[in-house]
Design a protein around this ligand. Structure first.
Ligand code: PMP
Length: 406
């Protein structure tokens, strides 16, 4: 419906579509719906006790610091702690390489603000993270996609896509959102080599890297980029690396970080100043208090155990319940798996029926910035209990069977 405001909005707002997922989530808030739709961590693993203690301690001992404005770069002890954590994974960084952001979602937005001119091409996997599409659409990005298989981005197809001259390559190497796939070492190396050859930077989004349930850790793209430069410092690298506390502590904190060469950090700091001055000081000081003595590793250990059980419950239920013709990925970590139905099926139609049966998922098409994926769906396994997963997959399979037998 037209309103008196329509002609006043900036042109860029025409490209801002409301996220399909956020709209769908509105439908699934009723308590009897089993939702595999959101990307929500399990609320039962939130470290509530630790945050309770830390809040009290911070207010008593450092209240005047924690409630004050802070620097745009972020709370220095937290930046140093993040540099230390990141270094454990072989990424040689110092606090100068780190910018704390209000969630990785803000980092994606700041990347758009800092790098994207209208009409710039951004190279992504297909499918890719919906929040990135949403953020960069607003800056007038055009997307070029590289197809994926069960091992993530098909890097053999990269060479061709890079000829479009993209501004950067956006990749999620670990337990990808939405597909759950992991990019093998050889593909990571190929990606780094090609990006270097074409002089195109890589944005590596890694919210789930620490949530591995099986298999060996694979070095980050950022680390491999440093290796080809024969340095263990990312000061001069070609990769901008993003991670977040949303999945390892709690998303309500809105605490994440960018690792990048200092000149990139300085420019992004200017972008961030105009957006929110800085990330909430209180949240940063409290999170630092919670993790400063090694709590994070201990907590991640617990999350891995709980989510591995949920992933296994979903994989077992799918194997038991789904009709022939449905296939799914076997994620080694993260929060999602990805199901593909026969070509003629439209999962948006299945969604409408599934909601009537009180089970929800995200139809896959919204994750493809250049179209496709109508017969795919994303299933989240972190939010529901194993009992809910078994019941929910049973309901979903009953709905899918009706479509497949038609
Ligand atoms: N990138 C990816 C790939 C994600 O899955 C998410 C969260 N769903 C984000 C970024 C945003 O995370 P945050 O909560 O840190 O804003």
């Amino acid at each position: 419906m037209e309103t008196a405001w329509d002609h006043r909005f900036a042109q860029r707002t025409q490209r801002m579509q409301s996220s399909a997922i956020r709209e769908l989530l509105k439908l699934v808030t009723e308590p009897d719906v089993i939702s595999f739709a959101g990307g929500l961590p399990g609320p039962d693993v939130f470290p509530i006790k630790e945050f309770n203690q830390a809040c009290t301690k911070v207010l008593i001992e450092e209240g005047s610091l924690a409630l004050q404005y802070g620097t745009t770069e972020g709370y220095q002890p937290l930046r140093e702690k993040i540099a230390e954590i990141t270094s454990q994974y072989g990424i040689g960084v110092t606090a100068d390489n780190i910018l704390i952001t209000s969630g990785s979602q803000q980092a994606l937005d700041l990347l758009g603000k800092t790098f994207i001119n209208p009409g710039d091409k951004i190279l992504t996997e297909a499918p890719t993270y919906l929040g990135a599409i949403q953020a960069w659409n607003a800056y007038g990005a055009d997307f070029v996609t590289v197809p994926s298989d069960d091992d993530g981005m098909i890097t053999d197809a990269l060479d061709h896509a890079l000829r479009y001259g993209p501004k950067f390559i956006y990749v999620l190497p670990n337990f990808q959102n939405p597909s759950g796939t992991t990019l093998p070492l050889e593909r990571r190396k190929q990606l780094v080599d090609l990006a270097e050859r074409y002089g195109v930077p890589i944005v590596e989004d890694d919210p789930y890297g620490q949530l591995r349930y099986e298999g060996d850790h694979i070095p980050a793209v950022e680390v491999l980029d440093c290796r080809i430069r024969e340095t263990n410092s990312c000061y001069s690298g070609n990769v901008i690396y993003l991670s977040t506390f949303s999945k390892t502590l709690a998303p309500g904190l809105r605490l994440a970080w960018v690792v990048a060469p200092p000149e990139v950090i300085r420019k992004m700091v200017l972008s961030k100043q105009g957006a929110d001055l800085h990330t909430a000081t209180f949240n940063q000081v409290v999170a630092y208090e919670v993790i400063k003595n090694g709590f994070l590793d201990e907590h991640i250990h617990l999350i891995r155990k709980v989510y591995r059980e949920r992933r296994d419950a979903m994989l077992n239920s799918l194997a038991r319940e789904m009709p022939a013709g449905v296939r799914w990925t076997h994620p080694q970590g993260g929060l999602f798996l990805w199901a593909t139905l026969p070509e003629e099926i439209d999962t948006a139609q299945i969604f409408t029926e599934a909601i009537k049966e009180k089970v929800a998922f995200v139809p896959g098409a919204s994750f493809f910035p250049c179209g496709g994926g109508h017969n795919t769906m994303r299933l989240n396994f972190s939010y529901s209990t194993t009992e809910q997963i078994e019941e929910g997959i049973g309901r979903l399979a009953r709905v899918i069977r009706k479509f497949i037998s038609i």
